[in-house]
Design a protein around this ligand. Structure first.
Ligand code: FPP
Length: 225
């Protein structure tokens, strides 16, 4: 969800106003997912690297998250969406963890869609943690080294119960994955727009989905094989 800061600067506003507008975009795009039939949406809301931002910006982002969790439960219920979170959640402030637990618990039986918030998330840390868990299972004798394959590792990622993403959308013209779902996005299509995240709306989302629909996904095979 890139470009909140740039959007704010262009408007002559403080960065936090960009994040507030970004949270409004989140609300719109969650709605659009229901309308377009997108069952899984994963938002990179806060990376492990984002902890290095000025403490005031981090605190404001955490407050926005807290507010989002307090205010959006109704929308999630209305659209039958389950909330999920991935990342080093134990690093989040207590009110955010409480809000997450409350909304995740309240929506646990919803089955039309899954909204996953990546919070304090970094893909390399996730893969390292999965490798650690594999090593622990080998040390305990419940797994042999020969049994370690792609499936065994994927089962130990935060995303074990989610399908791999089909499409990764990046806003504000960034052409990087920035430590987001590196393992899971191996065969994902990437779609980049110059528009910032606060400008990202249902029309642009529809355009991304239409473009995605025209792509030929070969997964390493020859065309039409
Ligand atoms: C990147 O833009 C955005 C973030 C680091 C935070 C994203 C957070 C939100 C959209 C609001 C809270 C989230 C939810 C789920 C309610 P940037 O600040 O790096 O912008 P820049 O690249 O233009 O500086």
């Amino acid at each position: 969800m890139d470009g909140n800061g740039r959007w704010a600067r262009r408007q002559g506003k403080p960065r936090i106003e960009g994040h507030k507008a970004g949270a409004e975009s989140v609300r719109r795009i969650v709605e659009a997912c229901s309308e377009f039939g997108v069952r899984y949406l994963t938002l990179y809301a806060f990376s492990t690297e984002n902890w290095r931002r000025p403490p005031r910006e981090v605190a404001e982002l955490m407050r926005l998250l807290e507010r989002f969790l307090a205010e959006r439960l109704e929308d999630l219920e209305r659209h039958d969406i389950r909330l999920n979170a991935i990342g080093e959640l134990e690093r989040l402030p207590l009110p955010v963890r409480r809000g997450l637990s409350r909304v995740m618990e309240a929506t646990r039986d919803n089955s039309s869609g899954v909204l996953t918030l990546a919070l304090s998330y970094g893909s390399r840390a996730e893969i390292a943690s999965a490798a650690r868990r594999l090593a622990e299972d080998v040390a305990k004798g419940v797994l042999s080294p020969e049994q370690i394959d792609e499936e065994a590792l994927a089962a130990r990622l935060y995303t074990a119960d989610l399908p791999d993403p089909d499409l990764v959308i990046r806003t504000a013209g960034e052409m990087r994955l920035s430590n987001f779902l590196l393992w899971q996005a191996s065969y994902a299509e990437i779609w980049v727009t110059d528009k910032t995240w606060p400008e990202f709306d249902a029309d642009l989302f529809r355009q991304a989905l239409d473009d995605y629909g025209r792509r030929e996904r070969r997964f390493g095979k020859v065309p039409n094989a």
